[in-house]
Write a protein that binds this ligand. Structure first.
Ligand code: GLU
Ligand code: ZN
Length: 293
């Protein structure tokens, strides 16, 4: 049995790209779960969460209730952080974004390297702390230490990464250290991070295939590493193409012109729009907002 999930953040209207992601998840799963990724309490809004349910119902995408909401999951995230902390794999970081950019672009360092988590952390605060895990601080994963315990990480890709990678993909420790680095596992304002939450929740929901856009392909080795460290199963991954506008730019949250409600207000039947989208996702942005008579 394949169990997939669609995991939007309630920070704006769903657009054609979200519809495509939800429809892929629904199509590939015998069962599809919805998860509301609302750890960023400053941006999540109840009205956007309600709109997610409305838009999915309109498209004909169904899922069991109640749905998981990340804002209810802080106990589980705290337990995962404690497990990593007790093994000496995390350390507090007090650097600002400015500090990190300055240290990473110091003359001897050359141009700052970008990884899937932003500028690769130059290691300013890295140390092996003792005592209980501090709360309300940023925590980073010591990547060199973590990968030396786990070794290479592998996952099965059933879609295709940005370079058309499929099959079993293996990532070596030195790549994790040099191209990803010490990622944030807990933000001081949220007490968790996207990477930590997605791993803990995919396991809790017993997801067997995580479907999502290719923009998250490069983050996948981080997720598999965290699964190994936390003794959690690794699902298959299915990265799908992103819906792009006619200029080739991926649709963004602020791209309200392609919000599903624009098509709904334009007179589309949601299931008909879903069919049109799945038939030809490459030309999705050309779909008129009102159906042709
Ligand atoms: N919440 C993420 C997003 O809105 C998706 C996370 C995932 O599928 O791993 O892009
Ligand atoms: Zn720091």
């Amino acid at each position: 049995m394949t169990r997939t999930r669609f995991a939007p953040s309630p920070t704006g209207p769903l657009h054609l790209g979200h519809a495509y992601a939800a429809l892929i998840a629904a199509r590939r799963g015998d069962e599809m779960l919805l998860r509301i990724e609302d750890i960023d309490a400053t941006r999540a809004r109840p009205e956007w969460e309600a709109a997610i349910h409305d838009d999915l119902a309109w498209l004909g995408v169904t899922y069991p209730m109640p749905v998981m909401r990340q804002s209810d999951r802080h106990t589980a995230y705290g337990a995962a952080l404690d497990a990593l902390w007790s093994r000496g794999l995390l350390y507090p970081c007090t650097c600002t974004r400015r500090d990190i950019e300055a240290a990473a672009s110091a003359p001897q360092e050359g141009a700052p390297l970008l990884g899937p988590d932003g500028v690769i952390y130059p290691g300013t605060c890295r140390h092996t702390p003792t005592g209980p895990r501090p709360k309300g601080v940023t925590l980073r994963l010591n990547m060199a230490k973590a990968t030396s315990e786990v070794g290479p990480v592998s996952f099965t890709e059933t879609g295709a990464g940005p370079g058309d990678e499929t099959g079993v993909i293996t990532v070596q420790p030195d790549h994790m250290v040099s191209a990803i680095g010490d990622i944030v596992v807990a933000r001081k304002d949220f007490g968790t991070s996207y990477h930590l939450s997605v791993v803990v929740d995919d396991a809790a929901q017993k997801i067997t295939e995580a479907t999502r856009g290719t923009d998250l392909f490069e983050a996948t080795p981080i997720h598999v590493l965290l699964q190994r460290l936390l003794d959690l199963p690794t699902p298959q991954y299915h990265h799908h193409a992103l819906i792009r506008d006619p200029n080739g730019k991926r649709l963004a949250k602020r791209d309200d012109a392609r919000a599903l409600r624009v098509y709904r207000d334009g007179g589309w039947n949601g299931r008909a729009l879903a069919q049109r989208l799945m038939a030809s996702p490459q030309t999705a942005a050309m779909i008129p907002t009102s159906p042709l008579p």
